[in-house]
Design a protein around this ligand. Structure first.
Ligand SMILES: [Fe+2]
Length: 270
């Protein structure tokens, strides 16, 4: 058997982990997976096709899976697995699309840190997930900007720019809309020894602890910055693929799906 190997994603965003079977992995392999996740922020593990027990089990080896406040669990046995279904007749934007974001940045404490998706039913040629690396984006900031935002905090709201999509989606899924949630976090974070940008453009509504007359300029600058092509990797799914990312260092968004059904199983982990 070939041994586990790592191939960085395009633009050094995330990494593929090759030659591993998540139904049955060794402690050494798990250490390599965890180290790669820490280093790159997102890992891509192709064609795993795990049953729900193995999938939920793998999530538990990463951390504590959480019940996601806005979505229903698969069933009683697998309460941590959320089904994200896109019906072929759905006309609005996909769940989480149109704005790069970091999941649940609008929660003050107890935010789930990791999000994991497995492709269950995948249409070909569309519905990529777009990732941007906060590590790479921070590293490439001019020193002048780094200095200005050193102690900055952001106000993140569930009613931020992404909310139109969420409200539409909740309506479509029959979920009662909750009141908006808001939280403040520092926008420069040190994660696994490296600095990263935490600005979740889909939720960010204001930057604080910078010069008042520069706050809007800096917010727009940073949002534009993380959207630059050089920090983006558009991940093309195959059935059974697993993507697992750290919301502290990785931004993501969905992309358009037209006239196709797609099903993903999602787990969030603390
Ligand atoms: Fe998301």
């Amino acid at each position: 058997m070939n041994s586990i190997s790592i191939t960085p994603g395009k633009n050094n965003v995330g990494a593929y982990i090759n030659n591993v079977n998540l139904k049955d992995f060794t402690p050494n392999q798990f250490e390599k997976i965890k180290n790669t996740l820490n280093k790159f922020g997102v890992v891509f593990i192709k064609k795993q096709n795990l049953d729900s027990a193995s999938y939920q089990g793998f999530a538990k080896s990463i951390g504590q899976p959480v019940i996601y406040p806005r979505l229903k669990g698969l069933d009683e046995k697998y309460p941590f697995i959320n089904v994200i279904e896109r019906k072929s007749e759905d006309k609005n934007l996909s769940f989480g699309s149109s704005w790069l974001h970091q999941d649940t940045s609008y929660l003050a404490s107890d935010r789930p840190r990791y999000t994991m998706l497995m492709g269950i039913e995948i249409p070909s040629g569309q519905g990529n997930t777009i990732f941007s690396s906060g590590f790479n984006a921070y590293e490439k900031l001019p020193d002048e900007i780094k200095n200005k935002i050193e102690n900055a905090t952001g106000i993140f709201s569930s009613a931020g720019p992404i909310a139109v999509t969420r409200l539409e989606r909740e309506k479509e899924m029959g979920i009662k809309s909750s009141k908006s949630l808001e939280a403040e976090h520092s926008i420069v974070k040190s994660v696994n020894g490296k600095k990263t940008l935490y600005i979740s453009p889909g939720h960010l509504i204001k930057i604080k602890n910078v010069k008042e007359d520069e706050a809007d300029y800096l917010m727009n600058y940073l949002v534009e910055h993380v959207n630059k092509k050089e920090f983006i990797f558009s991940y093309e799914w195959s059935k059974g693929d697993i993507c697992l990312w750290d919301n502290l260092s990785i931004l993501h968004m969905a992309s358009e799906i037209k006239n196709c059904r797609r099903v993903m199983h999602r787990i969030t982990i603390k």
